[in-house]
Design a protein around this ligand. Structure first.
Ligand SMILES: Nc1ncnc2c1ncn2[C@@H]1O[C@H](COP(=O)(O)OP(=O)(O)OP(=O)(O)O)[C@@H](O)[C@H]1O
Ligand SMILES: [Mg+2]
Length: 319
């Protein structure tokens, strides 16, 4: 591995399910094989009620396949899942679910409102709910216009409105900001955070780090269909390191590695990378000086989530 702390420790690693009881979605070694290749491989995740959970992974990681399995649209090859206590696709599970997976299906020659009317009639939702959700997604002023005159962002919002019609306990959104311009993305993120407050659980997929960082309480990172890390964004950011440039370096190493509050020390030329709580930086300086070490630089570094993500999703064996 090319330097930097390994992302372990605080994270729930695959198979390490959080407290049972409050999970609204649990998968157990969920696997989907297409043409002898696992699109999703032994995925065990647990999503808690009320959280906004992000499935983060590069193209082809298996995000859509996972969400489709949760919705009962794709049958797993092996493993199982429980969504709201029932098997995916079961009526009792679908009742509490709203979803937007890939292109939303909309009638272009009907207005946004009429599209929702069709859906509401089909799913027995009272008509007054239609304008409520249109308002929620900010489409009320254009609700009477034909969908074919909508921009991509407006169609996405109509898709979210449709998913919200039943006031679902769980909302599943596959790449909800895909194809939107920066303003559209920002509006969609705000909308997701808004609808994800309170008891509603939101599960979304994304290949954008910044996005999950802004929207999600917790993130599962998948690569090649496998869960490689799960935790809060701050946990995924990994440990902070304190960078120390000191002379003589071997003496500095000795002083710091003898301390109980230091998790790890790595030497890189004249620099030490110390894994320890950042508030200890001043105490380290004092200890080093007392130990006869001249400190010329001391700073706290936190790797960006991007570095962490790139590390985690890089091919497993590096040269
Ligand atoms: N119906 C299918 N038949 C064969 N292979 C499939 C099928 N659906 C998905 N796959 C394969 O499964 C893997 C995961 O695909 P999936 O669409 O779940 O990834 P993704 O994470 O959603 O990617 P993206 O970010 O591009 O949407 C890919 O290798 C894909 O080619
Ligand atoms: Mg996808």
């Amino acid at each position: 591995m090319a330097g930097g702390p390994t992302i372990t420790g605080e994270l729930d690693l695959p198979g390490d399910l959080p407290e049972p009881g409050s999970s609204v979605i649990v998968t157990d070694r969920l696997t989907k094989t297409y043409n002898l290749r696992d699109a999703v491989h032994q995925l065990s995740i647990s999503i808690q009620g009320g959280e906004v959970y992000g499935l983060l992974g590069p193209n082809g990681a298996g995000k859509t396949t996972t969400l489709r399995m949760l919705l009962g649209l794709v049958r797993p090859t092996s493993g199982s899942a429980l969504v709201l206590g029932s098997a995916p696709g079961a009526t009792s599970s679908l009742r509490g679910l709203g979803a937007l997976v890939e292109e939303p299906a909309q009638y272009p020659y009907l207005s946004g409102r009429d599209n929702l009317r069709t859906l509401a009639r089909y799913s027995g939702v009272p008509r007054r709910r239609i304008d409520e959700v249109l308002d929620l997604v900010g489409l009320l002023p254009r609700a009477g216009d034909k969908v074919k005159t909508y921009s991509l962002g407006m169609r996405q919002r109509l898709g979210v409105a449709a998913a919200l019609l039943k006031d679902p306990e769980v909302l599943i959104l596959d790449e909800p900001t895909n194809g939107l311009d920066p303003q559209g993305m920002a509006a969609m993120r705000t909308l997701i955070r808004d609808v994800g407050t309170g008891d509603r659980t939101v599960v979304l997929s994304s290949h954008l780090l910044a996005e999950v960082e802004q929207i999600c309480d917790r993130v599962g990172v998948i690569r090649d269909g496998r869960l490689i890390a799960q935790g809060s964004v701050s946990q995924l950011r990994g440990a902070r390191t304190i960078r120390v440039v000191a002379e003589p370096i071997d003496r500095a190493m000795q002083v710091l590695s003898a301390r109980d509050d230091v998790e790890a020390v790595a030497v890189d030329g004249p620099t030490l990378h110390v894994t320890a709580p950042q508030e200890l930086a001043a105490a380290f300086n004092t200890a080093l000086v007392a130990g006869g070490v001249a400190v010329s630089h001391l700073s706290v570094h936190q790797r960006s989530l991007e570095d962490v993500f790139l590390d985690m999703t890089a091919p497993a064996e590096s040269p």
